[in-house]
Design a protein around this ligand. Structure first.
Ligand SMILES: [Zn+2]
Length: 253
């Protein structure tokens, strides 16, 4: 919050009180901000047709393109809530790059100050986790097909009612994590170490079954406590036939 006040102090067009009160300058749309900065940079050129879109990027990148005399700005929706002076700074940076004009330091500084704000950084991290690309191999392994295993277990233990998430094999043959459910990508990933003919089917099924229970039993939040394997989860897991045998095998893997 402190930084926002600092940012607001940066030079803004001066105006008298009465002018300021009725001026729409304080409520400029992103397009109006870009048009104003454009006029500042190129006073003799008519402002082109201009469009600003906020997109669901995985990071805070922004792009500007001049196409057929139209300016198209695409920026992360992380910036859709940014204060006007921040968008103004970004307009200076993007238009300055596009027209190869030197960018005043204050604009780079103001923009960076905003991105470095603690709340903005935290939100950027959440967005990156949720939208970042994730490698999902697809269900067909060398030896096992995860779609088939999922549907067999779905029919046997869930009345066929579980929606099938993305299924895939991990890139590495991890031993420490044999499977995980990733709610951000709605994906169940099994370790590739399980995709071998020497691994009995019951072991692969058990790992898949465990991850499927995560679909049925979402993580519970109790104050600051977070419970992943709830009592109900554990009770359901015991329903797995030959549970002991599967666990014994995985221990020796
Ligand atoms: Zn688990």
């Amino acid at each position: 919050m402190q930084q926002v006040t600092a940012v607001n102090r940066v030079r803004y067009p001066k105006m008298s009180m009465s002018e300021g009160l009725q001026s729409s300058l304080f409520f400029e749309s992103p397009e109006e901000i870009f048009a104003r900065v454009f006029r500042e940079l190129k006073p003799r050129t008519p402002v082109p047709d201009l469009r600003v879109d906020f997109c669901q990027f995985a990071n805070a990148d922004s792009f500007i393109r001049l196409n057929d005399g139209r300016l198209h700005v695409r920026m992360s929706d992380l910036l859709s809530g940014a204060p006007a002076p921040v968008l103004e700074a970004l307009a200076h940076i993007l238009l300055g790059k596009l027209y190869r004009r030197p960018i005043a330091r204050q604009y780079n500084h103001r923009y960076r100050l905003y991105l470095n704000r603690k709340d903005v950084r935290r939100q950027a991290q959440i967005v990156r986790q949720a939208r970042g690309r994730k490698f999902i191999s697809g269900p067909q392994g060398e030896h096992y097909n995860l779609d088939q295993i999922f549907e067999r277990l779905n029919a046997a233990h869930f009345d066929g009612l579980l929606g099938r998430p993305e299924l895939g094999w991990s890139r590495r043959r991890a031993r420490h994590m044999l499977g995980h459910f990733d709610p951000a990508h709605n994906a169940i990933i099994l370790s590739r170490i399980l995709d071998q003919k020497t691994v009995p089917e019951i072991a692969v099924e058990y790992v898949m079954f465990h991850e499927m229970l995560h679909l049925r039993h979402p993580v519970e939040h109790n104050g600051a406590r977070r419970c992943v394997h709830t009592k109900e989860f554990r009770a359901d897991e015991k329903q797995f036939p030959r549970l002991k045998e599967a666990k014994e095998y995985l221990k020796r893997l």
